[in-house]
Design a protein around this ligand. Structure first.
Ligand code: 6PG
Length: 251
């Protein structure tokens, strides 16, 4: 039975810095144990802030970047050079600053790539990438929205009801841009460790509902459970509706 843990940091900046430090340690441990590691990145402000902190960390090169497989939990289906692209933001924040093996960076297709504007085909192709790499994710970073979405899986949406496919196209997404590609909850639950990373008061209700056992159709992030561990990394704002959590000493 996997375990769920909650750690609360004083503020969003400390949350991002501490999550980056945790990422170094966990990746190094996984690489020591099995020679490589696979990490699923997330879009959103917290997810990208963590990558920037990792770029600036003095410990970052303890990671063997050549033996790191990177995937995305979701992507905005926009042109490759759009600032809305999670991949572009991740490259600017970290990926272009470290010696990754380009063959091990698995980005979801842009809307001006090999599949053109066929988002269904692009999503199916990413499912093939996961299958071809037998992607069993060691660490998956996930953000969440105030209404409980995670990746691009929104409450009571076609994506949240998907039980078979690992990757789907998302249309009319409530969070712009409207067209996206997203892992589904069955694919998300193939991760060993899932880290839910979010700060701010606006997320407090969704965090509290998910941790209180809400259903995944209403609160999709409630369905994001790692097979080994589910770790909620919060700040005081996003944890403000919780009753019992570990709170690191302040000051
Ligand atoms: O592509 C995306 O938009 C994300 O994957 C999305 O799931 C994001 O992580 C949350 O909406 C949180 O975003 P913030 O951290 O910016 O609130």
């Amino acid at each position: 039975m996997s375990k769920t843990e909650v750690v609360v940091y004083e503020n969003p900046d400390l949350l991002a810095a501490a999550a980056a430090a945790r990422l170094v340690t966990r990746i190094v441990d996984v690489q020591a144990a099995k020679g490589s590691a696979s990490v699923v990145l997330t879009g959103g402000g917290t997810g990208i802030a963590i990558l920037r902190e990792l770029r600036d960390s003095s410990a970052r090169d303890a990671i063997d970047w050549s033996r790191l497989d990177l995937y995305w939990g979701d992507e905005r289906f926009v042109p490759a050079d759009s600032d809305d692209r999670n991949e572009k933001q991740a490259r600017e924040a970290l990926l272009d600053h470290v010696p990754l093996d380009p063959k091990r960076v698995h980005a979801m297709a842009p809307s001006d790539g090999e599949f053109g504007d066929d988002v269904d085909n692009a999503a199916a192709a990413y499912a093939d990438v996961l299958a071809a790499n037998d992607a069993a994710f060691d660490i998956m970073l996930l953000g969440l929205g105030g209404e409980g979405h995670t990746a691009s899986i929104f409450p009571d949406s076609p994506a949240v009801h998907e039980k078979e496919r690992s990757v789907v196209a998302v249309r009319d997404c409530p969070k712009p841009p409207p067209t996206r590609i997203s892992l589904t909850l069955p694919a998300i639950r193939r991760a060993q460790d899932i880290w839910l990373v979010t700060g701010g008061d606006a997320k407090a209700d969704a965090v509290a509902q998910a941790l209180a056992g809400a259903g995944e159709v209403e609160i999709p992030v409630a369905g994001a459970r790692g097979s080994r561990r589910t770790l909620w990394l919060l700040d005081r704002g996003s944890a403000s509706k919780l009753t019992k959590v570990y709170q690191p000493p302040t000051g």
